[in-house]
Ligand binder design. Structure first.
Ligand code: HT7
Ligand code: ZN
Length: 844
């Protein structure tokens, strides 16, 4: 496969003035007729005419009405064209039913839908399928379906016929078409300037009852973007469609967002509180792309973080405003450490803006998205809220309609603040997670903090240079009082000191408040000082972090030294969790432990070989100790979390359910499954039903409830995904692979559906002790299924390969088994380029 480099960017030789497409839909032979107006691009120097096109049957091609015979390869079409403006026309035939890769135009449960990002449009017709080619699209759809949708505003429609026009120039990756027998859940929004926008959420018959929440989330997002970013919606219509077969969460096509049904459909009976929160965030994310991604798009795919990092940052601000900012920040950091830090530590490490790739689909990563968002958060911390707002206003004003770059983005900050951001730019260009350590010196009322930063070299960045690190720091006095306002220490050197003067007694420093930079911090503190922060830190993140650090240190000592669980940690979190004045959701988070893979990563960082079984045992022992420590209060906290009101997915009720369910888990561990069974039987919502079911499985009493659950929910595919996933997640490590294997034989295991495949194998790959079990059974099983899936859906296969990204951390025996699995996949004839690239990088 060809490697593409950022440094090689050149503009396309032609400007596209307009595109007109006609679709004559047929499940096996859809005809796509295109009429594209081109003229030479004055900024280009190469005028060779090449249009991308893959898996297309060309029926005819014309230039200015005269038939031409272009040269066709498996990548596209080229032909001689005039120097003057010209119209290219083509008629191609495509096979939506045969398109199991779910890129381009495909069928899902009898409906037609599209997925064009990143390079799917070339499977629809011949076109310059690159994000810097923007054009207006006119689309005609002919087909025997009640609903025929495309981007923009409707022009006309009659039975079996619809015309659409999108006045906003867009790249082809934002094109969308949907056709089917769908039901609309309507809504309405009036913009701040008084324009009425019609909203619809289209679903398959039977799903009408799961639309209300998505529609409310959309309206809330539209309002928030006006209020916080001054961004107004710009068409008369905004449509969302739910699709069952989808490779990712959702897609921001202009005016016609397409969603994985798991990312939009919700009801209290079938969706958990976490599902509701995720749906709200994804709807917001896709909606926010209308400005950050669509109106201002990316010049090339190396700039992906320009739209994704910013849009993730915006959706996290939205969730913080809609729910609890403290809980959102902690959840985001847990996720970042679990996914992005792992990526940065292994063979897939790459900068937020990569410099080369083979298959762009493999770069929709935690680094581009989540670290990309962290970089924006740091920028805002450094320049301040007002300057951030001014810079964003300038960004929208200066680049509306552009295909922009990270340089453009940073320039608006430089121009509004006068700052030189050349060193800050390293956050975009260097891979790896900086390690930040701090030493303290105390003398005569002066505290000196000396920081050292070091980023481990990687293949992507062999010689990392010091980065700008904003370190939000506070000081907690001996009485637990805050001694000064949080200060942002701006670290730019490899080693740098900061001084706090005029202090009375020696304070405890609260460093990296709010997780102000995506780094691994080492701050040696005495146990008493750490406990002091857990008891008193006014920064909600660092208070939680103190508990988490104590948990990690205790677990590591349990794993490596056979130590007992740290009683100071247990007492510390007991005090916080029993403090009824705190938000229940925050208290529930306090009860979480570092994940087993986080512990493996910490051991690896210390130069040790992690033993997944020992890590698992330590986690179990710690949970037993927690159950014992909370024996006095668990039942009363559980009772206090009961809700005497109809189900509401908002933060307040969700927080209570989260704490109540954490208590249920501790109670079940110490006693038996009776309380869980009672909750299961009484549950009128999925959050409580599913967590009771998990407790029952863990207690060894799950069989009857699992069967009951299956017969209750057999016809609901999203709930059945939970049923499949939970059994793997809750399996004993030695049984996880066998449980997954058995589930693949279930008649409802439709492996071609990405959600169902992920329910089983995504769960297996995050089951740390199960996936890395010494038998190697999980490695072998996943390899078998990845080989099978690759022939059908390379994109989802390639993403699932990340399960193996940490394989070199483990012992020689496990490594040999993982290597054998990887080699077996790599030896598969006709393995897709997507999977080949991922596995070649992972195998190393
Ligand atoms: N911009 C989208 C990313 C995407 C995608 C979505 C669905 C299927 C395939 C896809 N390839 C890339 C989603 C987002 O970040 O909003
Ligand atoms: Zn996005």
């Amino acid at each position: 496969p060809e490697t593409i480099y950022l440094a090689d960017y050149t503009p396309f030789g032609f400007i596209v003035d307009s595109v007109a497409l006609t679709f004559d839909l047929d499940p096996r032979a859809t005809r796509v007729t295109s009429r594209i107006a081109f003229r030479r691009n004055p900024e280009a120097s190469d005028f060779d005419f090449f249009l991308h096109g893959e898996q297309l049957k060309l029926n005819s091609a014309k230039i200015d009405g005269a038939a031409v015979s272009p040269k066709i390869t498996d990548k596209g079409l080229s032909c001689d064209v005039p120097d003057t403006p010209f119209v290219f026309e083509a008629e191609v035939e495509i096979d939506p039913t045969g398109n199991t890769a779910l890129e381009g135009l495909y069928m899902s449960n009898g409906m037609y839908c599209t997925q064009c990002e990143a390079e799917g449009f070339r499977k629809i017709t011949y076109y310059p399928d690159r994000p810097d080619v923007m054009a207006t699209f006119k689309v005609t759809i002919n087909g025997p379906h009640p609903v025929l949708l495309s981007n923009g505003n409707p022009v006309s429609s009659s039975e079996h016929h619809a015309k659409w026009y999108d006045p906003w120039p867009k790249p082809a990756y934002l094109f969308a078409l949907v056709a089917g027998d769908l039901i609309a859940h309507p809504g309405e929004f009036t913009t701040q300037s008084g324009r009425k926008v019609d909203l619809n959420l289209y679903v398959r018959p039977g799903d009408e009852g799961k639309c209300a929440f998505g529609m409310e989330a959309l309206i809330a997002s539209m309002k928030w973007d006006e209020e916080v970013y001054g961004r107004e919606y710009d068409l008369d219509l905004f449509n969302i469609v739910a699709v069952d077969d989808f490779n990712m969460g959702a897609m921001e096509n202009k005016g016609l967002n397409i969603f994985n049904s798991s990312a939009v459909l919700a009801s209290p009976e079938t969706s958990t509180d976490m599902n509701f929160e995720r749906i709200e965030a994804i709807i917001a994310h896709e909606y926010f792309h209308n400005w950050t991604g669509n109106r201002i798009t990316c010049r090339d795919w190396f700039q992906l973080c320009l739209k994704e990092g910013l849009t993730v940052y915006r959706d996290s601000q939205f969730t913080s405003d809609m729910r609890s900012a403290a809980v959102k920040r902690i959840s985001d950091v847990i996720d970042l450490r679990g996914r992005q830090f792992a990526e940065d530590q292994g063979p897939l490490a790459h900068p937020v803006r990569p410099e080369s790739f083979q298959e762009i689909n493999n770069f929709y990563t935690a680094t581009v998205y989540e670290k990309g968002a962290e970089v924006i958060g740091m920028l805002k911390t450094l320049v301040g809220d007002d300057a951030y707002a001014k810079a964003l206003d300038l960004y929208f004003e200066r680049h509306d309609g552009d295909a922009a770059t990270i340089e453009d983005w940073l320039k608006v900050f430089e121009d509004t603040t006068g700052r030189d951001l050349s060193q800050f730019k390293r956050w975009y260009g260097q891979a790896g997670t900086p390690r930040l350590s701090v030493e303290e010196a105390w003398e005569d009322g002066t505290l000196t903090l000396t920081f050292t930063q070091h980023t481990p070299p990687s293949v992507a960045t062999p010689d990392p240079q010091p980065q700008v690190i904003p370190i939000a720091t506070g000081l907690i006095g001996p009485n637990g009082n805050e001694l000064a306002e949080t200060r942002i220490l701006e670290m730019t050197e490899a080693r740098q000191s900061f001084v706090f003067e005029g202090l009375g007694a020696r304070p405890v420093a609260s460093i990296l408040r709010g997780f102000s930079a995506p780094v691994v911090l080492t701050h040696e503190l005495s146990d008493a000082d750490r406990a002091h922060l857990l008891a008193h830190d006014t920064d909600t993140f660092n208070r939680w972090e103190a508990g988490r650090t104590m948990a990690r240190q205790s677990l590591l000592a349990m794993i490596t030294k056979d130590a007992a669980p740290d009683s100071a940690y247990l007492d510390g979190i007991h005090a916080v969790v029993c403090d009824a004045s705190l938000d229940p959701a925050y208290r529930a988070l306090m009860l979480g432990l570092p994940s087993q893979s986080d512990l493996a990563s910490a051991l690896h960082d210390q130069g040790q070989v992690p033993d997944p079984a020992a890590i698992y045992r330590a986690g179990e022992a710690m949970r037993d100790a927690m159950a014992a420590r909370f024996a006095d209060k668990a039942q009363s906290i559980y009772d206090a979390c009961k809700i005497d009101a109809p189900y509401d997915p908002g933060a307040e009720q969700a927080g209570k359910r989260s704490l109540g369910n954490a208590m249920l888990s501790l109670i079940t561990r110490r006693t038996n499954g009776d309380l869980a069974q009672a909750q299961y039987d009484a549950a009128d919502n999925m959050t409580q039903q599913l967590s009771a079911l998990a407790c029952l499985i863990r207690a060894g009493d799950g069989e009857t409830a699992l069967a009951k659950f299956e017969s209750q929910w057999r016809d609901d595919r999203l709930v059945m995904d939970k049923w499949f996933g939970l059994q793997v997640l809750e399996a004993k490590p030695e049984e996880a692979a066998a449980v997954a294997d058995t589930l693949t034989k279930h008649s409802d295991f439709n492996w071609k559906n990405p959600n169902r495949f992920r329910a089983v194998f995504g769960s297996l790959s995050v089951h740390h002790a199960g996936f890395h079990h010494a038998s190697g059974d999980a490695y072998a099983l996943l390899a078998n299924w990845l080989i099978k899936l690759d022939a059908v859906n390379p994109q989802t296969t390639a993403r699932m390969c990340t399960a193996f990204q940490t394989w070199k951390r483990y012992d020689a025996d496990r490594q040999a088994k993982a290597a054998a699995a990887l080699d077996r996949i790599l030896a598969t004839p006709d393995l897709s380029p997507d999977t080949t690239e991922m596995l070649t990088r992972i195998r190393g």
